[in-house]
Design a protein around this ligand. Structure first.
Ligand SMILES: [Zn+2]
Length: 253
């Protein structure tokens, strides 16, 4: 470990994250990057809550959390931050309280708002990494479009019955975006819980996004960039497909 970094991290911080820092690919340099990463999660549901669990336990010091909803009883089987006593409470407030039990010094920016065209610009402005854990196509496209404008790193998670999808785009590169794959929102309004969902499916998707983002932050190559990962939980197959930049995409400059 470099002496300079040992001075920066408290003794407790080092003890807490030593198992992770012992990974040669992470080390103290990577841990410094994790600690400094600015991440915002939009949608605190089946994907957002396992994502938060692992990303916050990796040693980040700042997190933005966005959701306008309250906890309901049908959330509990997959949204792993919540318990019976949290029903009818704002998701952001419950999560904020529980994250503080893990790390009281973590800076948590709770935003109890429904994302829209007007507010998204300022909501994501101060973050480098945006996680889309929302459950509808319109919001996914809205997040995609603004991340492209502000050149953010975007991870998108989606589930449908026994299938999970993860996308990663880095808009600092002039690559593809979600609209290159899905130009407009399809005319489907089914929420994941109405078509049926297993907690394990959303859990794996959220956890994999946390794993990928840690790699990107610490400069470990992510082969997910500009790809969609399709996980079929019935056949237990993982398939990656490259998203091709469409010349007619409306997000092109
Ligand atoms: Zn595009």
């Amino acid at each position: 470990m470099s002496k300079k970094l040992i001075k920066k991290f408290s003794k407790n911080y080092i003890l807490k994250y030593l198992p992770q820092m012992n990974l040669r690919r992470i080390s103290t340099e990577g841990q410094k990057k994790i600690s400094a990463a600015k991440i915002i999660v939009i949608g605190l549901g089946g994907i957002g809550t396992p994502f938060l669990t692992y990303i916050c336990r990796s040693g980040i010091s700042t997190i933005g959390i966005v959701d306008y909803d309250k906890v309901s009883i049908s959330n509990l089987h997959r949204q792993i931050f919540f318990n019976i006593q949290d029903i009818n409470k704002l998701k952001t407030k419950v999560i904020e309280k529980k994250l503080k039990l893990y790390d009281k010094n973590m800076k948590i920016n709770s935003i109890n708002k429904k994302i829209n065209k007007k507010n998204i610009k300022s909501i994501i402005r101060n973050y480098d990494y945006v996680i889309d854990g929302t459950d509808n196509f319109e919001t996914k496209l809205l997040i995609n479009d603004e991340c492209k404008k502000q050149k953010k790193n975007l991870f998108i998670g989606a589930v449908s019955q026994l299938e999970g999808h993860i996308f990663h785009f880095n808009f600092k590169n002039n690559g593809p975006c979600l609209r290159c794959f899905m130009p407009e929102a399809p005319n489907i309004n089914a929420r994941c819980q109405d078509e049926g969902i297993l907690g394990t499916v959303t859990g794996v998707v959220g956890t994999l996004i946390a794993n990928e983002i840690i790699k990107v932050i610490t400069n470990i190559e992510s082969t997910l960039l500009d790809h969609i990962l399709i996980i079929n939980f019935e056949s237990l197959s993982f398939r990656k497909a490259k998203i091709i930049k469409m010349s007619k995409c409306r997000n092109n400059d």
